[in-house]
Ligand binder design. Structure first.
Ligand SMILES: C[S@@+](CC[C@H](N)C(=O)[O-])C[C@H]1O[C@@H](n2cnc3c(N)ncnc32)[C@H](O)[C@@H]1O
Length: 260
């Protein structure tokens, strides 16, 4: 099953449609942009069940939520059917953003690592499509998994505990991560590469997830976007220096950038 089809399964859609809270960096970023939002046409890509819609749709000029999965769009139409705000939901693939016009949004959001569920080539296509639909000077906000957390994720030590039952469970998880759901070359690559597609155990090993280093992520954005801030998942605050962001072992990081 392709990554995006997994997100169309009824149980997953139902789970996402119950989500309400912003993650700490998202809260900080919304606060940062709040004064400008009323003037913004916002595009929210990979909206899932509309978690971020709750916090944005009532605050911006127009709000468009898109997702590749029809069941996610149906769930949003149902969840927000009585909302008085200027909102629209439709099916669109981030890789092409078909039916969305060039230079038509002031803010594009791709939250909760949605961009990590396409392969490298498609990720680059998605970045180019996002660039296309943003107005010059518009913001692109997204999060992505961080390669620095992989050594701990796959190490044996992380899976051991003083409690023998937890250790037994941990060993099974470690075996699945290192030998069953990823091949050895992926694991070797994961420990030293700037980017890798890894089955990290999410949703009981149902997904291939893209992990990227800060340096590689900035390289991918270069020429299209300038970086404003990188936010820590754990503190919710922007890193004060690029070196601090590059050294972070947070599972994922939030990037705020501007179309150049
Ligand atoms: C991890 S969920 C995040 C959902 C939502 N943004 C949130 O924060 O709760 C990822 C979402 O991205 C969507 N998605 C995956 N690949 C996509 C693509 N190529 N284009 C558009 N949406 C995509 C999935 O259907 C899913 O709803």
């Amino acid at each position: 099953m392709e990554n995006h089809s997994f997100y169309n399964t009824p149980e997953i859609v139902a789970g996402y449609a119950l989500e309400t809270h912003l993650q700490a960096p998202e809260e900080a970023i919304v606060s940062e942009l709040i004064a400008k939002l009323a003037q913004f046409d916002v595009l929210d890509i990979g909206i899932g069940g509309g978690r971020t819609t709750l916090h944005l749709a009532g605050r911006c000029k127009t709000y468009t939520g898109v997702d590749i999965n029809p069941n996610m769009i149906s769930a949003c139409n149902q969840r927000f059917k009585n909302w008085p705000h200027n909102i629209a939901f439709s099916i669109a693939d981030a890789r092409t953003l078909e039916n969305l016009e060039d230079n038509s949004f002031d803010l594009v959001l791709f939250s909760f690592n949605g961009i990590d569920y396409v392969n490298h080539q498609d990720r680059i296509r998605a970045l180019a499509s996002i660039y296309r639909v943003l107005r010059p000077g518009g913001y692109f906000v997204f999060s992505s998994h961080n390669t620095n957390c992989i050594p701990s994720l796959i190490s044996l030590r992380t899976h051991l505990s003083r409690n023998p039952i937890n250790t037994a469970r941990g060993l099974v998880q470690w075996l699945k991560l290192n030998f069953i759901h990823n091949n050895r070359s992926t694991i070797k690559q994961a420990n030293k590469s700037a980017r890798v597609m890894l089955n990290d155990g999410a949703f009981n090993f149902s997904l291939q997830t893209y992990y990227v280093s800060v340096q590689e992520q900035l390289r991918q954005l270069d020429g299209m976007f300038s970086i404003d801030n990188i936010y820590s998942l754990t503190s919710g605050r922007p890193f004060t220096t690029l070196e601090h962001a590059e050294a972070s072992t947070d599972s994922w990081l939030y990037y705020v950038c501007t179309k150049t």
